[in-house]
Each structure stands twice: as C-alpha cells, then as structure tokens.
Design a protein around this ligand. Structure first.
Ligand SMILES: Nc1nc2c(ncn2[C@@H]2O[C@H](COP(=O)(O)OP(=O)(O)O)[C@@H](O)[C@H]2O)c(=O)[nH]1
Ligand SMILES: [Mg+2]
Length: 221
C-alpha cells in the first residue's frame, strides 16, 4: 500500500518557540511518555529505519523534531515529534522549559491539526498523559491514541485496554472535551494497527472529502 507518510524525511529541530518554522502546511504532533514506543512507531509508520531516532541523540531529547511529508520541494505537511515526558531525572529548570515549550506549542500552533498520543497499552492514560490532554483540550482539536506494544498483551488484555481507554475518553467528552477522541491498538513490532493509524493521520494532513474545499474555506472566513 502506498502511504503518504512513506515519503518523509527529517526537516528541522526546534528548541525555542521563536524557532518554530513559518511553514503553513498542516502539522500532526506525536506525544507520549519516554519509552512508550513513539520513535519506533514513527519509523514504522514512515517505513524508515532511523528517521525518528535522531531524537535519541543526547541533548536533543528535549527538542521538537520536524519531519516533512510528501514531495521534498512541496511538502503536504509535517510530523512533529514532541519530547518524551516522564523522565524522573529531568532537573527543574529543564522541566519548566519543556513544559512551556510543549504547552505553548500545543495550545497556540495554528498549523496543528491533531495529536497522536502514544501510550504503552499496559498502562494507558497515566497522570502525565492526562496533562497533555488537558493542555490540548482548549483547542478543540482531535486526539487519536495509539495503545502501543500491544504484542505484549493477550487478546483479552487488548480488549480491556482499548475498552478502558475509550471509556476514559467518553468521560472526557462528558466533562466538555470538544475535539474528537479516538483510540486503537498498535504494535510496531507485529505491525498491528498500521492501516488504521495511517488513515487517521492522512485524513488530518489531507482531508479527502473536500470536493467543495475552496467553497468551504471561503465560507469559513
Ligand atoms: N514489544 C514491543 N516493543 C516495542 C514496540 N515498539 C517499541 N518497542 C520497544 O520499546 C522501547 C522504547 O521504544 P522507543 O521507540 O525508543 O520509545 P520512545 O522513547 O517513546 O521513542 C524500545 O526498547 C523498543 O524496542 C512494539 O511494538 N512492541
Ligand atoms: Mg524516542
């Protein structure tokens, strides 16, 4: 299957809000606790071996990494690999720096279309994951959760993990979360859930049902 994401490459690294690229194309943010399987998932989704491991470079783990998608000279959009959270050992000042970077990016980046939230399927929706959701909530933009490493679960555990996440999302909706909240099982190792994830991401990057797209845009002005 030919996927848009298979045509992607490293674009830039950002460590300060003022350095966010002035590019107008849509962006998809990838968020998750460190070790949730974010880099591995990005690599598998983009069909590349090392694309997202750049963020493992010491000193770069707190940075935002941009990957462009589509033709290099005319990208259709960007994948934005956010710093993994949950390191116990991050000192206070650095923590404050990334908290501000992350929360401001999530709340004020107009190019951002949605967030892919990566959570280990054995422990979804930890306190820090919920902080990310709370930061994003005011935007009304969608979140799609990937319950990663599901190859480590039994069938029954997979069903339970997905059900529990969807139940929590229903509670967020009841509490007033306006954006779409969806979830799926995912395993980079066993290649579970790739089609589903691709569909969500590509739809966010390049919505297909826009036969009257220009009209709709005019109307929205
Ligand atoms: N069993 C299993 N392990 C995985 C999977 N994806 C990632 N891992 C492992 O989880 C660890 C963290 O992965 P990584 O992608 O670096 O996580 P990140 O810190 O969120 O970027 C590594 O040891 C990976 O090999 C998966 O689908 N299944
Ligand atoms: Mg990583």
């Amino acid at each position: 299957m030919a996927y848009l994401l298979h045509q992607s490459r490293f674009f830039t690294t950002v460590n300060h809000l003022r350095d966010l690229p002035p590019t107008p194309q849509p962006e998809i943010a990838f968020a998750g606790r460190s070790n949730a399987g974010k880099s591995t998932a990005i690599n598998v989704l983009c069909n590349q071996k090392r694309l997202a491991f750049a963020s493992k470079t010491p000193g770069r783990t707190q940075h935002i990494n941009y990957f462009s998608v589509g033709p290099q000279d005319e990208p259709v959009g960007f994948l934005v690999d956010l710093p993994g959270y949950g390191y116990a050992e991050v000192p206070g000042a650095a923590k404050e720096h990334w908290q501000r970077l992350l929360s401001t990016y999530l709340q004020s980046r107009s190019q951002l279309r949605g967030m892919i939230l990566m959570m280990d399927s054995r422990r979804p929706l930890t306190e820090l994951d919920r902080i990310m959701i709370d930061w994003f909530a005011p935007t009304g933009k969608p979140i799609h959760a990937l319950l990663t490493k599901c190859d480590k679960l039994t069938r029954q555990e997979m069903t339970n993990a997905l059900r529990a996440t969807k139940k929590s999302f229903a509670e967020y909706r009841e509490a007033g979360y306006r954006g779409e909240l969806s979830a799926q099982l995912f395993s980079a190792m066993k290649r579970v859930g790739l089609d589903e994830a691709h569909e969500v991401i590509e739809h966010w990057l390049a919505p297909k049902d826009t036969a009257s797209g220009s009209l709709a845009e005019d109307a929205a002005d």
